[in-house]
Write a protein of this length. Structure first.
Ligand SMILES: *Cc1c(COP(=O)(O)O)cnc(C)c1O
Length: 419
């Protein structure tokens, strides 16, 4: 893996911006920035929440409407029917470290989490506990609460570590042979801390539990090796760093050797082996296609397809190296320009232990977030009570954007403090 570009250390604002320009100039992925829509006067730093549209996306969606839907009508399903698996295979190879035939793209992350977790719980009927992470994204916790409620299971929570995210040693305390399933997010949506996917998976397996990882903030930002880490199940949304589009269908991964043992709970005609026989009696398709339930969102899949192909072209090693480079630079700038203004970096300080957003703890985060948008055209987001998240989506973000965003933050804060 190539190392992120490094120039002389920052000493003042001017040398820092020169360095940002130099790093953009040397960025091997610099050409991809032009593959995303940009709006004059707007510095979009929220790709961790909703990635910006690719410049080819509108045409790709238009082509589905004009060249397929309009011209071929219902016949176009001969092509579309395979898209959930075909797009899944592109993602598997490009960003998940997974071989083909293990990923589908359909439904939402919440629904996929429910389907996979249900399948896992059914496969361990005598184990009556589920282990989640107390700091996880709300929907993940709610899905587990619902499953525990429906099935009368004991729901246990792993604590958040001091740097963010769940830690292996806290898991060890909570896991035993009554645990059927462990559900965790790989990258902490708050602090961006990366969990030890390989180590935790091995630990859960040692206790006989299955593991389901939520990769929503990992996809297109950090290295993921599902196959070599022997991960059982995974889900992720496709609209964050991946930039598949608002409400784009989510991915679901099930390891190949589990596919004929685990059965998902929503039996529908798209998962049926003879879809058009329409007779009595459900027989699931062989393979990952059995994970489908109803008609997939074709327009949504068209957005994910283009985004996945762009990532495949860029290459995950280079994408991860750029994310780390942006992250290291953002941390250095934040320390230099915001440290004296009551703002501090949350989560781990090493770029290789973070996803692709910078989380800043800031007492007036609501005001700052709004002021940045209104007065400086800088779009970031916040998570209560006091975190501002600065998106560093590697394919669409430049070093100069990071410089401008953090400089604007420092300017607004300094003005408001009257300094
Ligand atoms: C963004 C995100 C989701 C979103 O779930 P949807 O069902 O797509 O709305 C779920 N989990 C995590 C960890 C996320 O970051």
């Amino acid at each position: 893996m190539s190392t992120p570009p490094r120039g002389p250390r920052a000493t003042d604002g001017a040398s820092v911006v020169d360095r940002a320009e130099a790093m953009d100039g040397e960025d091997p992925l610099g050409g991809f920035v032009a593959s995303f829509e940009r709006v004059d006067g707007v510095n979009y730093l929220a790709g961790h929440s909703l990635g910006p549209p690719g410049t080819a996306t509108a045409a790709a969606l238009g082509s589905v409407v004009r060249d397929q839907w309009a011209k071929l009508g219902v016949q176009a399903w001969h092509d579309w029917a395979d898209w959930p698996m075909a797009v899944g295979d592109v993602l598997a190879g490009a960003v998940l470290g997974a071989g083909p035939g293990q990923v589908v793209v359909a439904d939402s992350t919440s629904v996929n989490l429910y389907k996979l977790a249900s399948a896992a719980l059914d496969a361990r009927p005598h184990r009556r506990s589920v282990l989640g992470w107390e700091g996880d994204f709300s929907t993940d916790r709610y899905v587990l609460e619902g499953l525990a409620h429906q099935r009368g299971l004991d729901l246990r929570w792993v604590a958040t570590s001091s740097e963010g995210g769940p830690e292996r040693r806290d898991l060890v305390e909570r896991i035993d042979t009554s645990v059927a399933l462990v559900v965790l997010s790989h990258v902490d949506f708050r602090t961006s801390a990366v969990a030890d996917l390989a180590g935790i998976t091995a630990q859960a397996h040692a206790a006989g539990a299955l593991v389901l990882w939520d990769l929503s903030h990992s996809v297109g930002a950090v290295t993921v090796d599902l196959d070599s880490c022997d991960v059982d199940l995974a889900v992720a949304c496709t609209y964050k760093h991946l930039a598949g589009g608002p409400g784009a269908p989510a991915l679901a991964y099930m390891r190949r050797d589990l596919q004929d043992q685990l059965r998902q709970p929503v039996w529908g005609w798209f998962g049926q082996s003879q879809q058009f026989h329409m007779g009595l009696g459900y027989e699931p398709k062989a393979g990952i296609g059995a994970f489908l339930s109803g008609t997939p969102s074709v327009l949504g899949l068209a957005g994910v397809k283009g985004a996945a192909e762009l990532l495949a072209e860029a290459g995950l090693d280079r994408v991860v190296a750029k994310a780390r480079g942006l992250c290291a630079y953002a941390i250095e700038l934040a320390d230099l320009l915001l440290g004296g203004l009551g703002v501090e970096v949350a989560g781990p300080r090493q770029a290789d232990r973070r996803g692709a957003h910078l989380a800043l703890r800031c007492p007036r985060s609501e005001w700052l977030c709004q002021a940045l948008a209104e007065r400086a055209g800088v779009i970031v987001d916040r998570r209560p009570p006091d975190l501002i998240r600065v998106g560093l989506s590697p394919l669409s973000t430049t070093y100069v954007q990071v410089h401008q965003g953090i400089t604007a933050m420092a300017g607004l804060l300094a003005d408001s403090l009257g300094s």
